[in-house]
Design a protein around this ligand. Structure first.
Ligand code: ZN
Length: 292
């Protein structure tokens, strides 16, 4: 008797937004503790996860393809081989979706943290993993991560993982990098600056016809805890207070307007809605469908 295969199929999920097809592409997940949370009672945070049958912090890492007007963009690139062996599967998931990375003409970054920008270059051979893509991000992002003064203020781990990794991953795209302040950055995709987590952290609003999808980047890292306590942030927020203000503004907007959301750290495939519950919020994942 042969043992059953336990290899997961690649993480791919398609959702139609008007005429645009958005495809969630899983990079995998990252495990950690709650000690990196800030501005929250850690006992209460732990209890929320325990009550949700999530004894530890297991963070999905998601990226999203946008197929619009005959063009293809990917929002974020996953973590490459910088984080944990449980992540770094974007290229495998793309292959599983039948997508050739060479056909992707635009890489939009929400920000330059290693779980988002470390899938740009294979450092073992210097090869660009999106060889035909323009790299697009908010204009505040590059100056911060290339600022030697800011890097000197970071501890050794952060200097290496955030500054050094970011620099070596984006530098090879220098001649094809486009920076924006706001506005439409790809057909049907509008930048929604949402600073604080990093200086240029940006959400992207996908719109077609009467459909909207807010891909809110790193508005949350621990969804169960931060929807219950919107002021709760992370040790690696560049500006905790600004990140909390952006989070609350984003929560208010998508809950008030009933906008479909997706996020880089919502549980895969991430399509959800947010409802206001007093001073807190509740997240409702959308049911999986098998035909668009
Ligand atoms: Zn992240």
């Amino acid at each position: 008797m042969t043992a059953p295969s336990v290899q997961q199929i690649p993480g791919v999920y398609h959702r139609k937004i008007g005429d645009i097809i958005v495809t969630a592409i899983s990079d995998g997940c990252l495990d950690g503790t709650l000690d990196v949370m800030r501005n929250v009672d850690l006992d209460k945070a732990r209890q929320i996860l325990t009550d949700a049958f999530r004894p530890a912090r297991r963070t999905s890492v998601n990226t999203f393809l946008i197929h619009a007007k005959g063009r293809t963009a990917i929002i974020d690139t996953g973590s490459g081989n910088y984080m944990q062996p449980s992540a770094g599967f974007v290229q495998r998931s793309l292959a599983g979706a039948g997508i050739d990375a060479k056909s992707i003409d635009t890489v939009l970054l929400t920000h330059m943290h290693p779980d988002h920008s470390a899938g740009l270059v294979d450092m073992s051979n210097g090869q660009l993993l999106f060889p035909n893509a323009e790299l697009v991000m908010h204009e505040n992002e590059l100056p911060h991560w290339f600022d030697d003064g800011e890097m000197a203020k970071a501890d050794e781990r952060s200097a290496k993982l955030f500054f050094q990794a970011g620099r070596e991953q984006v530098a090879p795209y220098k001649s094809r990098t486009r920076l924006f302040r706001s506005g439409e950055v790809f057909p049907g995709v509008t930048a929604v600056p949402s600073h604080g987590h990093t200086p240029g952290h940006t959400a992207y609003l996908v719109e077609s016809g009467k459909d909207q999808l807010m891909i809110w980047g790193d508005t949350v890292h621990v969804p169960e805890v931060q929807t219950a306590f919107p002021e709760a942030g992370m040790a690696f927020d560049t500006d905790l207070a600004a990140a909390a203000a952006s989070r609350k503004r984003m929560f208010d907007r998508v809950a008030t307007d009933g906008i479909l959301i997706a996020g880089m750290h919502l549980h895969f495939p991430a399509f959800s809605r947010l409802a206001r519950r007093g001073n807190a919020y509740a997240l409702y994942p959308e049911a999986w469908v098998h035909a668009l």
